[in-house]
Design a binder for this molecule. Structure first.
Ligand code: HEM
Length: 128
């Protein structure tokens, strides 16, 4: 449920950003979803303690979401930066969105494979 919510949120954010709505009417909503995503990713990391595969990819994801939120806050106007730097921040904020998508997808698939393998090893050990 939580991974689905995070994936949907990420896609919604990318659509808002690419359509230009994140810079205009949906600015506050885009910011709020992004910050909620940060909290939910931190929660997912906390909830996966004890499961090494999930823990490592969620830790990487949390760093990327944190970077994204800081860059987003700069774009939002919370910190003053000159125009040249603003464009750089915008570009990194954009590419980091797709990086999060790739890390989320690859990480999710790897974790599912590790779990399935652990599940079948368990079944063999139990004689089934
Ligand atoms: C965490 C998930 C987030 C994702 C996936 C995301 C994604 C994007 C994308 C793809 C763009 C378009 C960039 C471009 O066209 O160059 C964008 C723009 C923007 N984002 Fe985000 N964002 C996120 C979080 C945030 C947060 C937390 C804030 C603010 C607190 C924020 C503020 C903005 C602003 C103000 C723009 C418009 C920049 C401009 O063109 O002036 N974003 N975002």
């Amino acid at each position: 449920m939580l991974p689905t919510l995070l994936a949907v949120g990420l896609l919604v954010q990318i659509v808002m950003g690419e359509s230009g709505l994140a810079a205009r009417v949906l600015r506050e909503i885009h910011a709020a979803i992004g910050l909620a995503g940060l909290v939910l990713t931190a929660y997912a990391l906390w909830a996966s303690r004890g499961r090494r595969a999930s823990l490592s990819y969620l830790a990487v994801l949390l760093i990327l979401v944190l970077v994204q939120a800081i860059l987003g806050l700069i774009l939002f106007g919370l910190f003053r930066v000159d125009l040249g730097l603003f464009e750089l921040v915008e570009t990194i904020h954009r590419y980091n969105a797709y990086l999060m998508l790739v890390v989320g997808l690859v990480g999710g698939i790897v974790v599912a494979m590790v779990r399935r393998r652990a599940g079948s090893a368990d079944a063999v050990a139990k004689g089934g």
